[in-house]
Design a protein around this ligand. Structure first.
Ligand code: HEC
Length: 400
């Protein structure tokens, strides 16, 4: 049976459907597990997914916030005060070693540099305070103070700490992770790209406690290290379907990733899914490096079933993401034989009667072939649809 544009509902939806169930408020993204080596690893999960997810979020809250508390030693607020209170009474303005400021400290003393950045053990200053020789007149530093100075030296002995990491808040980030946006249930499987996610979930990162996961936005990073991972993928209004006789065109040129993410965009990968079966679209299969933002999905004559929903899952492979599944959006189209309410393949008064009846009974949505009744595509069923159907039956122009 040939298909023409009007036989399809030229409309898409992104609500979660039977096999794509997202437990959270933002439903557009789904995430699959990682590829280990070359195969999709799916860790099968049990009945009580919701309970698990809740406990993950609680667990995560504790470690993520704790993680943000870790910082690099700041010279002016942490080191200089120690020197001010214990050292500058002797190492002030007089000749020799002056410990009254960062620059003076780094200029060294009579015997040269007293700090070797990155190496506390070879820094004379540390050696003397660790041995208790300085301050020379009693009042030794506490072991915490000695340790802090060692840490500061090992971090590079900088006046302002430089911490490198992902500096883009649009990247995978703690906030969205805590909101549960990186945990999704697809069928029986929980996919979890959260920071410190539950290790029983597929794809869980298992970062060390309190650390920012690799590629996650690090609010304390002052220098971008090019590691950002991104979740953005085409979905919703960014995906436009066009129905043609022998296939469906899919266009996501309106997809607008954050500009920084764009720098890392490597390729698009697209699957057509009907029910639980998914097929990669030629040239958009993982391995292809395709950055075209549209495609024509040619069904080669075998067509699709009227009223059976098709899902297009569009994945974006960003360079730092472990694989394409880390950024994937879903859009749906339900091919529909508009006007053929009773599903007999024709358009006549019987269809008009069927539509009028269900409009009156206000139960069109429950009809098996309900999509056929929404003639004007406004999502509802009323007299306008009946008129449109009557007109095309009279003009013998339905379905064309
Ligand atoms: C009571 C005075 C006094 C205090 C307080 C004091 N120092 Fe000293 N420090 C000295 C004197 C005097 C020397 C030089 C003596 C020597 O070379 O043996 C010295 C030498 C040093 C040197 C070696 C300098 C060089 O160029 O060889 C370092 C490093 C040093 N002090 C660090 C410190 C630090 C750090 C503190 C504070 C935690 C401190 N000192 C507190 C009196 C003091």
């Amino acid at each position: 049976m040939p298909f023409t544009g009007s036989q399809f509902r030229d409309k898409y939806e992104i609500e979660p459907r039977t096999w794509y169930r997202n437990l959270h408020s933002v439903t557009e993204y789904i995430y699959f597990t990682r590829l280990i080596p070359g195969i999709l690893v799916q860790i099968i999960f049990y009945k009580n997914g919701v309970e698990m997810i809740r406990s993950v979020i609680k667990y995560f809250l504790s470690v993520c916030l704790f993680g943000l508390g870790f910082g690099l030693v700041d010279y002016n607020s942490e080191i200089q005060p120690i020197l001010d209170s214990s050292c500058i009474s002797c190492h002030g303005n007089a000749g020799g070693l002056n410990l009254s400021s960062y620059n003076n400290l780094m200029n060294g003393g009579n015997s040269g540099d007293v700090i070797v950045p990155g190496d506390h053990e070879n820094s004379i200053l540390w050696q003397l305070i660790d041995a208790g020789e300085m301050p020379s007149a009693g009042g030794d530093l506490t072991s915490e103070q000695v340790g802090l100075i060692a840490q500061w030296i090992d971090e590079g002995a900088l006046e302002v700490p430089v911490s490198s990491g992902c500096t883009d808040p649009n990247a995978y980030n703690c906030e969205d992770s805590m909101a549960g946006e990186y945990i999704n249930e697809v069928g029986p499987i929980i996919y979890d790209y959260s920071c410190d996610g539950d290790p029983t979930h597929a794809g869980s990162e298992n970062c060390n406690e309190g650390e920012i996961c690799e590629g996650y936005y690090d609010p304390e990073a002052t220098q971008d290290d090019g590691s950002c991972r991104y979740p953005q993928a085409p979905h919703g209004d960014e995906v436009v379907f066009g129905v043609e006789e022998n296939g469906i065109s899919v266009d996501w040129s309106a997809f607008d990733p954050p500009s920084t993410a764009l720098e890392y965009l490597d390729s698009y990968h697209v699957q057509r899914c009907v029910g639980e079966g998914c097929t990669w679209i030629a040239d958009f299969t993982p391995g292809d490096v395709n950055i075209t933002t549209s495609l024509f999905d040619d069904f080669e004559g075998d067509g699709w079933e009227v009223g059976v929903e098709i899902k297009y899952a569009i994945a974006v492979k960003y360079l730092n993401n472990p694989y394409w599944g880390w950024a994937i959006g879903a859009s749906y189209i339900t091919p529909c034989n508009l006007g053929d309410l009773n599903g007999d393949g024709g358009y006549n008064v019987l269809d008009i009667v069927a539509l009028a009846n269900c409009v009156l009974a206000n139960n069109c949505i429950d009809q098996e072939n309900s999509c056929a009744g929404d003639m004007n595509g406004d999502g509802g069923y009323n007299v306008l649809d009946i008129v449109a159907l009557a007109n095309c039956v009279l003009a013998d122009s339905c379905g064309g």
